[in-house]
Design a protein around this ligand. Structure first.
Ligand code: NAD
Length: 344
């Protein structure tokens, strides 16, 4: 089978990750890169791939079979709609949209057109997460009573040179927590209720730098998340899981799932259980069940190729990503209004 012709819009931080993955993947051919910013285009990893200043010009000239959108959030919906109008399957970065209404409109349009949309919640493609899901869904933990999530890291000062990152919506709730919400939904099911507090103690910017979030899942599980992008701390998936080679790793635990029969920590995939007598006087045995590490962005791309060829349904569909967005926005609402909130 001929390699799938893929085009990429947005050659910024994550766009370059997609470009590197596409250049390394024999099942696709990168036929074009679009970005209006010359510096971004110049920094793109391959000089041979044709470059364009905008998406329509690239689509007209290169006739791709599928498109990856790695552009700013506000462009996700209009650009995805432009691709769907040309019957082109899209991989759109997270969040799917800025609002639930826009996300729902995109979901409907894609469904009516019969064009698949995959949303870039890449962690679901990590074999660590696939294994964790298997363990939890297979009942090894018994009933999952609590989940504890630590997302504590430090974004360098230069990160905040970009204006939108200092303003409401540009903080760790919509940038980082959305990954945690998507992961928790993937592992534990729908979230019924959220409570949250946010603070901007460290930087004093308009946007939050820290949050404490409580979740109740439809299945009854309770979760607590601490989130900050201003702490000299190792406890986060981003630093511990080794997905991004640009981050200095730290061998820390970021997620803990406590069940009636056993408990599981991530990303080390350690299972804790009582081999014999149960209770706090007995010794807990630990077993590590980690799979071989693999790049989730490369796996996501291979999945997208299968989706575009009609050989697989999206692992993160537009409807699914809309639920993740609705829940993340409910966290913001709960923090702002000081109330319990339910996803729309
Ligand atoms: N899944 C992940 O791990 C992950 C990580 C980081 C960012 N993201 C998401 O990816 C998106 C991009 O984030 P980023 O950090 O790469 O941002 P960025 O600012 O580094 O890159 C965005 C790029 O899009 C370009 N762009 C702007 N308008 C465009 C247009 N009309 N056509 C084509 N390109 C255009 C910009 O010039 C820039 O080069 C965001 O939605 C973000 O939430 C996802």
């Amino acid at each position: 089978m001929a390699p799938l012709r893929i085009a990429i819009a947005g050659a910024g931080v994550i766009g370059r990750t997609h470009i590197r993955a596409a250049l390394a993947e024999p099942a696709c051919r990168l036929v074009g890169i679009a970005d209006p910013d010359r510096a971004s285009l110049a920094a793109a990893p391959s000089a041979e791939v044709p470059r364009f200043a905008d998406l329509p010009a690239m689509l007209d000239a290169t006739r791709p079979e599928a498109v990856i959108l790695a552009t700013p959030n506000v462009l996700h919906v209009p650009m995805a709609l432009a691709c769907i109008a040309r019957s082109l399957p899209v991989l759109v970065e997270k969040p799917i949209a800025d609002t639930v209404a826009d996300a729902a409109a995109l979901t409907d349009t894609a469904a009516r057109a019969g064009v698949p949309v995959l949303v870039g919640h890449h962690r679901r493609h990590n074999p660590i997460i696939a294994r964790a899901r298997e363990i939890i869904a297979g009942g090894r933990l018994g009933r999952v009573l609590t989940a504890t999530v630590l997302c504590n890291l430090l974004k360098p000062d230069v990160y905040f040179d970009v204006v939108w990152r200092r303003q409401a919506g540009g903080g760790p709730v919509l940038i980082n927590l959305i990954h945690e919400i998507d992961l928790l939904r993937h592992l534990l099911g729908e979230i019924a209720e959220v409570q949250a507090l946010t603070a901007n103690l460290a930087r004093g910017l308009a946007v939050e730098d820290s949050a404490a979030v409580l979740l109740r899942f439809a299945a009854g599980t309770l979760a607590a998340i601490t989130l900050t992008d201003a702490a000299a701390a190792p406890w986060s998936w981003d630093l511990a899981a080794g997905e991004n080679p640009a981050f200095r790793g730290a061998p820390a635990v970021s997620h803990m799932f406590a069940g009636t029969d056993a408990s599981l920590s991530l990303p080390d995939l350690t299972l804790w259980q009582y081999p014999g007598a149960r209770g706090w006087h007995a010794e807990l045995a630990q077993e590590t069940v980690a799979p071989a590490p693999a790049d989730p962005y490369a796996a996501q791309l291979r999945h997208f190729i299968a989706v575009a060829r009609g050989a697989a349904a999206p692992l993160v569909s537009a409807a699914d990503a809309t639920r993740t967005l609705a829940t993340t926005l409910a966290v913001h609402r709960a923090a702002q209004d000081g109330v319990r909130a339910c996803p729309d």
